[in-house]
Write a protein that binds this ligand. Structure first.
Ligand SMILES: Cc1cc2nc3c(=O)[nH]c(=O)nc-3n(C[C@H](O)[C@H](O)[C@H](O)COP(=O)(O)OP(=O)(O)OC[C@H]3O[C@@H](n4cnc5c(N)ncnc54)[C@H](O)[C@@H]3O)c2cc1C
Length: 382
């Protein structure tokens, strides 16, 4: 079969590779001048630092098949994501853990004491059925921690008050009563030694795959192919005819430094009056390398305008309604599968993206063998 994939990010690369290995003839187009999608990494010409061009990416997963998969295309170096936050003139450890709590309250509580203190003296137990992010935070951590660590950051990240956001955004109990400051819980965590773009270029390195960069997909192109896998924006496929799905975009203010600017990869800024959400110092993502120069991003979040890069789907009530209408349109199309974070309008970590891409490619092969119709969505957006 002649198959077209739109997007040379993880979704397109993984599906393309799987189908190429099954003998299909694969063309991948991407509007950008590089492969890797939003995971793209590139060495800075002056300092040699590996830069995460579209924001910091840490690979973490519990999915052993996915972990084996990525290790087949890149050497992964051990990496633990340890994030700090600056709040009211002090630096604290994140996620909020026993160190954060003891430092914040000036105490030396042990785990059981801290749990009792937070749940009995801080948490607002009058809130029985939290509906909003704010209520959820007040219910589980109380006003002091909420205002110091959650409120300002969330307002900057989402551009609205936490009382307007659904409770589901905040995990059930967003604090740890021990000193574990590893940001992720997953068994496998690491960083590809030569960056994500090198890994994705290796995935794409197959004789049956032809990659065309700086090539914008147009729906009419699909007619030359037996099937299209589309990892671009769902609403973009339909030329935004019903309106635009809401996204947050990020502005990165790049600056350089000689030496070590902040001593860690990611420093959040929790106070509402600091306009940026965090500063990323890229060289700390490659702790096995030594660089005198340093490249940093100050990160600002705002609502995406039509020409901005869409980063985080908003998925509030209004968007879900519009999404439903685009999904109905998509389901009426033939010969196209919508995949990935933009094609299904969901936030997807890299490991989930790879898992879904592998499942999607396998489903395509199975449907081909059975002579049945490949569904428009293997992972439903709603
Ligand atoms: C700021 C940020 C930080 C993140 N950090 C992490 C992290 O730490 N860990 C983690 O696991 N995940 C992280 N992620 C998620 C990760 O970026 C995604 O899982 C991954 O990028 C999804 O891959 P994709 O191929 O589906 O989409 P993308 O990477 O967005 O690729 C889609 C590609 O399609 C191309 N395209 C779109 N439309 C067209 C068109 N019409 N014509 C041609 N080409 C087109 C685009 O140029 C793009 O290259 C983060 C995401 C963001 C936004």
């Amino acid at each position: 079969m002649k198959i077209l994939l739109v997007g040379a990010g993880l979704s397109g690369a993984v599906i393309g590779r799987h189908l190429a290995e099954a003998g299909h003839d694969i063309t991948i187009v991407d509007a950008r001048d590089h492969v890797g999608g939003n995971c793209h990494t590139m060495r800075d010409g002056d300092s040699g630092v590996m830069v995460h061009v579209y924001g910091p990416h840490i690979f973490h997963t519990d999915d052993e098949e996915v972990w084996d998969y990525v290790n087949g295309f890149a050497r992964f170096r051990p990496y633990r994501n340890r994030v700090k936050t600056t709040s009211r003139g002090q630096v604290f450890s994140l996620p909020v853990n026993l160190h954060t709590i003891n430092q914040f309250f000036g105490t030396t509580m042990r785990p059981d004491e801290a749990r009792a203190f937070i749940t009995q003296q801080q948490a607002d137990t009058s809130i029985t059925d939290p509906q909003t992010f704010e209520e959820q935070a007040l219910r589980f951590v109380g006003r002091d921690l909420y205002e110091a660590f959650f409120k300002g950051y969330t307002m900057k990240q989402w551009g609205c008050h936490p009382s307007e956001l659904p409770a589901s955004i905040l995990k059930r109990l967003p604090v740890r009563f021990n000193y574990d400051d590893n940001y992720f819980f997953h068994r496998f965590q690491g960083m590809p030694e030569h960056g994500y773009s090198a890994m994705i270029a290796n995935i794409l390195d197959h004789t049956n795959i032809n990659v065309l960069l700086e090539t914008v997909f147009d729906r009419s192109q699909g007619e030359d192919y037996d099937h299209v896998f589309y990892s671009g924006p769902l609403d973009g496929y339909f030329r935004y005819e019903l309106g635009r799905l809401g996204y947050r975009t990020l502005d990165f203010e790049r600056f350089t430094y000689t030496g070590d600017y902040q001593g860690c990869a990611v420093m959040n800024y929790a106070d509402a009056d600091v306009p940026y959400t965090r500063i990323t110092e890229h060289k700390h993502f490659s702790p096995w390398e030594t660089h005198e120069g340093s490249v940093l991003y100050r990160e600002y979040s705002r609502a995406a305008a039509p020409d901005d890069i869409p980063y985080y789907p908003i998925r509030m009530v209004g968007e879900k309604d519009l999404l439903g209408r685009y999904v109905a349109r998509a389901k009426a199309t033939k010969g196209v599968s919508f995949v990935g974070r933009l094609g299904t309008y969901r936030y997807l970590d890299m490991d989930v993206t790879i898992r879904e891409a592998l499942d999607c490619a396998r489903a395509y092969l199975a449907h081909g063998q059975a002579g049945t119709q490949m569904p428009v969505f293997s992972a439903p957006p709603l």
